[in-house]
Ligand binder design. Structure first.
Ligand SMILES: [Fe+2]
Length: 146
């Protein structure tokens, strides 16, 4: 059992899960003249991100640890901050998601290093794919802020 890698993957799970939830809540609550575009853009992101939650948890199981089972503990593993109010302007939401996406990328880098050190090449390969996906999310979020 590689505790460093398991902890790093729990952090990847937590940041990914919170990014998923934040993006879906923005999809529901975003307002303004470009609502239809934001609504669809956010759906594209949360669908992609939610699509890997199961795989991250199953990688943790395959590393011989239990998958996340307690949402409070998941939140405590993440640096992603939760919103205190629902009525945020669309631009601030994009900036918040870009910051959140950067936290996910930082967790992925940590997990990649731990997987590489443990010669867990399958996990490392999966994490590389997630880096590519989140780099793309970052590009699109940055583009909406210009
Ligand atoms: Fe929807």
């Amino acid at each position: 059992m590689n505790q460093e890698l398991i902890l790093a993957m729990e952090k990847v799970f937590a940041d990914t899960y919170l990014m998923y939830f934040k993006t879906h809540s923005y999809h529901w609550n975003v307002e303004g003249p470009n609502h239809p575009q934001y609504h669809h853009f956010l759906e594209m992101i949360y669908t992609e991100v939610y699509g890997v939650v199961d795989t991250i948890a199953e990688h943790i199981r395959a590393l011989d640890a239990y998958a996340p089972y307690n949402l409070s503990k998941v939140i405590s593993h993440s640096m992603v901050t939760e919103d205190e109010v629902p009525d945020i302007d669309a631009r601030s939401r994009m900036q918040n998601l870009l910051d959140t996406n950067n936290l996910v990328l930082a967790s992925l880098h940590m997990a990649y290093d731990a997987a590489d050190k443990a010669t867990e090449l399958g996990v490392a390969n999966f994490i590389q794919d997630r880096m590519i996906a989140h780099q793309k999310h970052g590009w699109m979020l940055k583009a909406t802020l210009k």
